[in-house]
Design a protein around this ligand. Sequence first.
Ligand code: UT7
Length: 329
Amino acid sequence: MQGLRGVKIEGWGKALPERVLTNHDLEQMVDTSDEWIVSRTGIRERRVAGPETAASDLALVAAREALAKAGLDPERVDLIIVATVTPDMAFPATACLVQSALAANRAAAFDLEAGCSGFLYALAIGREFVASGTYDHVLVIGVDILSRITNWQDRNTCVLFGDGAGAVVLGPAVRGQGILSTYLGSDGSGGELLCLPAGGSRRPLAPEHMEQGLQYIHMNGPEVFKFAVRVMGEAAVKALELAGLGLDDVTYLVPHQANLRIIDAAARRLKLTSERVLVNLDRYGNMSSASIPVALAEAADAGRFRPGDILVLVGFGAGLTWGASVVRW
Ligand code: UT7
């Protein structure tokens, strides 16, 4: 992108509900086993939000942490973007609820829906605003409480998901530093492979739809799997090309956390050994928009990134959508 300014990640944060749901807990709920879940997905446990917690609550915690790390007063935030498929309500936007709770009084705010690619879409948009000079500081949040839209009687899906939030603060940088490239894609012809059929204008939350369980996530796992394996590698390579970098330059892959087998396939495509791949799905499952920023925040907090490290963020999700971004730390 030919932006006038570079754009860097100035702060990061995360929020995870306290309650842990293990594979053994799930064995008591549906016909599954720890062995099946671990061998097919890599997931061992996930976090589940209590009934009093909504997306904006987790988003707020992650946002406050990111702002504190950036040393930025909420008054200085120009824009808040919340990527989510589980907003508190259809409207107002969860981003507006966060804006109010933060007292980020100068900020514009909106939600963005791009499935599990949402954080990467939001990061790309935030980057454009800062690069162009329109805004100086953009708060980008990925949050999902998938437990609310999970059918806990469907073993095909309920073992996969978890709740959480991650946030970053974007700000101006020298060109060549920070976010070096963003790449986004979509293929709406695959929309039915992963969707929430009811609750929108097509099928309102009417009793006949709810009796069929259409208020829950529906997914064709094997088809999404094939799509994900193909697109993760392709998107990462494309983002590297856009950044003028090659496979040898990559320090860490920060992938969307849906299935360890998908992540391993992407790592093989990029010729990366496992220590160069950030994985948190064993502990958190698939947190949709939150998976990538939580992985980023945890690794940053652990001091894993050194200045100049090249990170490749890459993900895919409902839409179908995909995206990737290359960041010089
Ligand atoms: O963020 C994007 C969201 N989603 C994804 O990325 C998901 C992508 N897909 C996947 O990760 C995998 O397709 C799954 C993990 C969902 C499924 O793994 P799979 O290796 O593709 O298994 P499958 O769906 O082909 O099912 C194999 C068998 C089936 O039994 P039969 O028909 O062979 O007798 C399933 O009924 O495994 C059965 N099965 C289970 N067994 C125990 C499905 N779910 C479970 C379960 N426990 N939880």
